[in-house]
Write a protein that binds this ligand. Structure first.
Ligand SMILES: NC(=O)CC[C@H](N)C(=O)O
Length: 263
């Protein structure tokens, strides 16, 4: 059941730097919300919720840094008055700690959810898979909710801290344990901590609206964002980009650093 269409639609920003942002936008529209693609701080104005899509967390962080978006994303999340949902790479973005698989030299995170995440827990791209898992979706009226879960080079939550509600777990079959060479019964793949939601799988790639409906319910009472930092029209212009090699851990940027030093 879609959320009622209102005159004032619930406005959800979807970080649109990379990854499956179009799919999230279309799901939000199908739920009766207004979806806004976010590529600059000013586009967050008026949003009640924000989705950080799946994609590649280090690439997304690099682009967000380059476009000077981190301060606005942090401000949006920090006041706790709006909702943020991260799927897959977005879950990594929202985790307080990366327990395994962090990029060498570290990777920039927003944090906020008190969990330890293992990046690429299920293996590489070719180990991606689909399955059906039981899920506990708050406010969902059905009993025994089962969702189709698509895991694409997905992370998993290995440790859950205080104040975190577990909404779904993935139980490893004997075969999966053997294939992965691990001896773990289950990992957590969906959590909620107050206004923050995170899933390691991709509901936006299915036709199941229930996770997006949950996020719409969460965002409904949230205060539309009004930045104290970024004002409309004050977005950074391309010539004012922060140089990417403030994180000079990719060879291409090393070349640039060397070229600049040689000038
Ligand atoms: N589908 C995804 O979002 C994959 C996430 C990817 N493994 C990362 O670390 O960013």
């Amino acid at each position: 059941m879609a959320i009622e269409q209102q005159e004032d639609k619930i406005k959800i920003g979807v970080l649109a730097l990379q990854g499956s942002f179009r799919e999230h936008c279309s799901m939000i529209r199908r739920c009766g919300g207004e979806a806004v693609e976010i590529r600059s701080a000013s586009q967050l104005e008026g949003c009640q919720g924000m989705i950080i899509p799946g994609g590649e967390s280090t690439t997304m962080a690099n682009i967000a840094r380059r476009w000077n978006l981190f301060d606005a994303l942090r401000e949006f999340e920090d006041e706790g008055e709006r909702c943020v949902w991260g799927t897959c790479a977005g879950l990594i973005f929202l985790a307080d700690r990366i327990e395994q698989g962090a990029k060498q030299g570290g990777q920039e995170l927003l944090g906020g959810i008190n969990v330890d995440v293992s990046r690429n827990f299920f293996g590489s791209q070719i180990d991606s898979f689909e399955t059906t898992i039981p899920c506990d979706i708050p406010g969902c009226s059905e009993n025994d909710v089962k969702c189709r879960a698509i895991f694409i080079r997905a992370p998993a939550i290995k440790k859950v801290g205080e104040n975190v509600e577990v909404l779904a777990k993935y139980y490893l079959s004997e075969e999966k344990k053997k294939e992965m060479g691990v001896d773990i019964e289950s990992v957590v793949v969906a959590v909620k901590q107050k206004n923050l939601l995170a899933t390691s799988f991709h509901p936006e790639l299915t036709s199941d609206l229930r996770w997006h409906e949950l996020f719409m319910r969460m965002s409904k009472g949230c205060k539309p964002f009004q930045s104290k930092l970024a004002k409309v029209g004050e977005d950074r212009k391309p010539e004012e980009f922060q140089p990417l090699y403030t994180h000079p851990d990719l060879p291409v940027f090393k070349d640039q650093v060397i070229a600049d030093v040689m000038k």
